[in-house]
Design a protein around this ligand. Structure first.
Ligand SMILES: [Zn+2]
Length: 207
């Protein structure tokens, strides 16, 4: 329950009734329910850390595949054009549009990849049953804070909308990078669904 001198960083609020509990009372691996309203605050999922790690590694590998292969091929009036993700990023790097090119590269490739690297750094030792690596808390905090800026999924939604618009004017065929990026977007969503931030913070707490 509430402590007499609570450290705000170690308090957990019930999502339904806002009752505060001390994080030390919540044991990782055991289901914890709110004593006031019965809401489940913690529910153990065996092997969730390994699942998160596997999804992050798979997404990172597929991101590399997406950068190395053609994204789509367009044919119109006998002319064929092939474009990769890097071409899409570089296509704005003309005149004074260079900042837009840089922003697209950051938002759809660099930041999602950085978040995956940080998550792998945080979860790899935990999945192996070891102590967290140095500065793992800072790495996880950065991973969480970068989430709103990581837009690989939004890029795929934009591509889907553009395909509908262009479909009447040109014949479009998707390359390996398209399917790799689609898989990255799916894996990122699956990773977010499986990741329990509260459990990770709990595992990363200072000894
Ligand atoms: Zn409650």
């Amino acid at each position: 329950m509430t402590s007499t001198s609570p450290d705000p960083a170690r308090l957990v609020a019930c999502p339904t009734c806002d009752t505060l509990f001390h994080a030390d009372l919540l044991t990782a691996g055991r289901t914890a329910t709110c004593s006031c309203c019965g809401t489940v605050i913690f529910a153990p999922r065996n092997g969730a850390i390994r699942t998160v790690l596997a999804l992050a590694v798979a997404a990172l590998v597929l991101m590399a595949v997406a950068l190395g292969f053609p994204f789509l091929t367009m044919t119109a009036s006998g002319l064929t054009t092939q474009a990769s993700v890097i071409d899409a990023v570089a296509s704005f790097a003309v005149d004074d549009m260079a900042p837009l090119s840089l922003a697209i590269g950051l938002l759809i490739v660099l930041l999602p990849s950085l978040r995956l690297c940080l998550l792998i750094y945080v979860t790899l030792p935990l999945a192996l049953g070891r102590r967290p690596w140095p500065r793992a808390r800072e790495a996880f905090r950065m991973n969480v804070e970068l989430r709103p800026w990581s837009m690989a999924e939004i890029f795929m939604v934009g591509v889907a909308v553009a395909m509908v618009k262009v479909a009447d004017m040109a014949t479009i065929s998707f390359g390996p990078a398209f399917w790799a990026m689609a898989a990255v977007a799916t894996l990122l969503a699956a990773k977010d669904a499986v990741t329990c931030e509260r459990t990770l913070w709990h595992m990363l707490r200072p000894a």
